[in-house]
Design a protein around this ligand. Sequence first.
Ligand code: SR1
Ligand code: MG
Length: 390
Amino acid sequence: MTTATQYEALTNTTAIAYAKDNNLLSGSITCEEIGDGNLNYVFRLVNDKGDSIIIKQALPYAKVVGESWPLTLQRATIEAETLKKHGEFVPAYVPRVLHTDAVLAITVMEDLSHLTVARDGLIAGQHYAHLAKHIGEYLAKTLFFTSDFALHPFEKKRLQVAFSNPELCKITEDLIFTDPYYDAPTNDFEEGLRSSVEALWQDNDLQREVAKLKRHFLTQAEALVHGDLHTGSIFVDAQTTKVIDPEFAFYGPIGFDVGQVIANFTFQWLTRQGEDRQKIATDIATVWQVFDTTYRQLFTKHYEEHYAKVAGYLDDHIADIFVDTLGYAGAELIRRTIGLAHVKDLDSIENTALRLQKKQQTLQAGSFIIKNRRNISSIEGYLAHLEDIR
Ligand code: SR1
Ligand code: MG
């Protein structure tokens, strides 16, 4: 094994040398950089026996913007440690971490390239029978078991410090909760949306509610959240679901992860019709129902404090998570339409009039659920409101 003393960005050639030096792969190796995300390099290495690994390397800046946006390398450690921590509770739903290197900001993982990025599969019209159930279970277990309900308070606070992730949180604070709500230079929207966007900037009721969501995001250290749980962070096939990329992980509100998932399924709901749309509606309901049922079971079995048995306490807690979930889902819908980082679900619609219509609907849905989240009491109620979007 070799130990680097200073950071250096890998190339295909040095990635192969790294794998050999660290006994990660032997034989004749080929390597390809396959990363399509906003922040990192992802190298896939294959040897002559067909064995393969992934080497993910954080860059010292945000790839989506360039070297003018420096970014901490510490996020590689956060990502690897989150995969390991979440893997204690849902080993089936996260990739195995094979090796880490804090100096080079490298995480070596099992290769999941036989699976499809869920967003790409869904855009191609696929439907994955187990995806929603798996994600509901992933959410309930990772969030419950890293919360105060499952951990001794000393261990919870130790983890909260270990997973302090201020720079990546700041990106979320700006890109999700602030920039889309004023004329920020990071925003990126089509001219055809300008009047709708300016209406959001003038909507005091909306701004008032987003300010509360931001404060909640900043202050509610409930569980070790993934922090960027969109469908581009999920690999899938008919049987398997794997959640990747938790570099934005930190101790935050439970509803943030659940809301991002619901929003990203909602992009699909908005862009599909008929039976295909109905399948996504069922997925949205399943994510919430499986999360709700599993989280309740875990709470009932594992939470042992005096307040565990207080009638109504668990119901109130779940109701609070649901309200947060809707608020964060609304914020994700809006930022992915007019903020810096978009989603292919909307941007890949070729017909301009249709694309603008879907984006308007997304903004309408996001704004409505943020402002009315406390009056929507069930996931069916959420889906019924989506049906009213014109
Ligand atoms: C500068 S990073 C932009 C976005 O990409 C990541 O995947 C997160 O979603 C972040 O908000
Ligand atoms: Mg990511």
